[in-house]
Design a binder for this molecule. Structure first.
Ligand SMILES: *Cc1c(COP(=O)(O)O)cnc(C)c1O
Length: 366
C-alpha cells in the first residue's frame, strides 16, 4: 500500500506534520496543572476561531467521537414532557431522532427527501400547531449527501417561537459558513477530526451560557455525557474523567493552525479543492446527486456510472493511494461520495482525477 493515503472520506482527514508532532506530547497526568492549561487553551481557542464572545458562549469537551457531542445535547435538550422537532433529510437527522427516542423524548420529525432542503413553512406550522415543542434540532451539513441546510432560516423560526436550536455541525464547522449569532444557534456539536484537521478522539459542544442554565433544570439522563457536569468541571479547571491527553494536544495544535489560517481562508481553500474536483467530474461525465445550489464545499455525491459498481472503483483507487467513500443508507447502491476536507495538495487532487478516470474506463471495459 502507498505510504500516504489521501483521505477523500469525510473524516478522519489528512493532518499536517505539525499536528502529528503534537501527538507525541510527553507523558502527562490529566490531574495536573499542565493538562488543565492545555484544556483551557483548547476551550478558549474553540470560541476564538469562530469569533464567539466567551462571556456569551462556552465550549465543552468530551473524549469520544462526534456522536457523543450530539448525544450529550439531544439527551438533555427538552424536558421529560416536551417534544423535540427534528429537521431530517439524511442519516444524521435520523440519528438525532434515534438518540432522542432512546432517551424517551417525544420527537416530531419534519422529514424531507435526502436531496432537498426542508420546507420552512412546514417547520413553522408544526411549531404553531404543537405547543409541546420545546426545541428544534437540525443538521448543518448533511454528510449523507453533502447538502447544506438553511440553518439561518430555521434559526429565525426558532427565535420567533422562542425555542432553542441545536445544530449538528460536525462535518460543517470550519469548512462551511455558519453564523452562530445570526442563526440563533443555542448549541452545536463539533469534532476534532473533520474540517478542524485534528485527530479522532475529541468532540465538543459550543453552547450559549444561558442554555447551560436551562439544561441544568432538565434531569440528567446519563453520566459520561452529562454536559452540565462536564461544563462545571471544565470551568473549574478540572475534568470528571480521563481525557485523551495526547489527542487533546494535537487538537490544540490544529486549533492554533486554524487561528493562523482563519476560518474564512480555510473555507476558501476547501472551495478551491472542490472546484478542481468538480471540474474534473464534469469532464468525466459524472453527475452530482444534488443540484449545484445545494452543494457544500466539502462533499460531492456522485451517481455511479452505468455498469460500474462501487467496490471495484474503491479498490482500484485504494491501490493507488486514494480513499473514497460509499453512499450511505438508502443511497448506497446509487451514489458514492468524495470529500475534500483536510490537508490536501492540488497535485494530489489532479492525480486522483486521473486515477478515477482510469478506474472507470478500465472497469467499464472489463
Ligand atoms: C461525522 C458526523 C457525525 C459523527 O460521527 P462520529 O463517527 O461519531 O464522529 C455526526 N454528524 C455528522 C453530520 C457527521 O458528519
Amino acid at each position: 500500500m502507498p505510504d500516504r493515503m489521501v483521505l477523500l472520506n469525510p473524516g478522519p482527514v489528512n493532518i499536517s506534520e505539525r499536528v502529528r508532532k503534537a501527538l507525541a506530547t510527553p507523558d502527562m497526568c490529566h490531574r495536573e496543572e499542565e493538562f488543565y492549561r492545555l484544556q483551557a487553551a483548547v476551550r478558549a481557542k474553540l470560541l476564538q476561531v469562530f469569533g464567539l464572545d466567551p462571556k456569551e458562549y462556552a465550549s465543552v469537551l468530551f473524549t469520544a467521537s462526534g456522536t457523543a457531542a450530539v448525544e450529550a445535547c439531544v439527551s438533555r435538550f427538552v424536558s421529560p414532557a416536551g417534544t423535540l422537532l427534528v429537521v431530517s433529510n439524511g442519516v444524521y437527522g435520523e440519528r438525532i431522532c434515534d438518540i432522542a427516542r432512546r432517551y424517551g423524548t417525544k420527537v416530531l420529525e419534519v422529514k424531507c427527501d435526502y436531496t432537498s432542503r426542508p420546507n420552512l413553512e412546514t417547520i413553522a406550522r408544526a411549531l404553531r400547531e404543537e405547543p409541546r415543542i420545546e426545541a428544534i434540532a437540525a443538521v448543518h451539513h448533511e454528510t449523507t449527501t453533502g447538502l447544506i441546510n438553511p440553518i439561518r432560516e430555521i434559526g429565525e423560526i426558532a427565535r420567533d417561537r422562542k425555542v432553542p436550536l441545536f445544530v449538528d455541525a460536525i462535518s460543517g464547522l470550519a469548512g462551511e459558513e455558519l453564523h452562530f449569532v445570526e442563526a440563533n444557534v443555542a448549541a452545536c456539536a463539533g469534532t476534532a477530526n473533520k474540517c478542524i484537521q485534528g485527530l479522532p478522539g475529541i468532540c465538543f459542544v459550543i453552547i450559549r451560557r444561558s442554555e447551560i442554565e436551562r439544561m441544568a433544570k432538565i434531569p440528567a439522563r446519563n453520566v459520561y455525557l452529562d454536559l452540565v457536569n462536564q461544563f462545571r468541571k471544565q470551568e473549574a479547571n478540572d475534568t470528571p474523567f480521563t481525557p485523551a491527553v495526547q489527542v487533546m494536544s494535537a487538537f490544540n495544535e490544529a486549533l492554533t493552525e486554524l487561528l493562523e489560517e482563519t476560518v474564512p481562508a480555510r473555507i476558501e481553500r476547501y472551495r478551491f479543492y472542490s472546484r478542481i474536483l468538480r471540474e474534473g467530474y464534469a469532464r468525466l461525465g459524472l453527475k452530482t446527486l444534488l443540484p449545484p445550489d445545494l452543494l457544500s464545499n466539502t462533499i460531492t455525491s456522485l451517481r455511479l456510472p452505468e455498469e460500474v459498481k462501487y467496490e471495484p472503483v474503491h479498490d482500484f483507487l485504494k491501490a493507488r493511494g486514494f480513499i473514497i467513500y460509499a453512499g450511505q443508507g438508502q443511497l448506497r447502491s446509487a451514489v458514492f461520495r468524495i470529500a475534500n476536507m483536510g490537508v490536501l495538495k492540488e497535485e494530489e487532487l489532479r492525480a486522483f482525477l486521473a486515477a478515477l478516470e482510469e478506474a472507470i474506463r478500465s472497469l467499464r471495459a472489463s
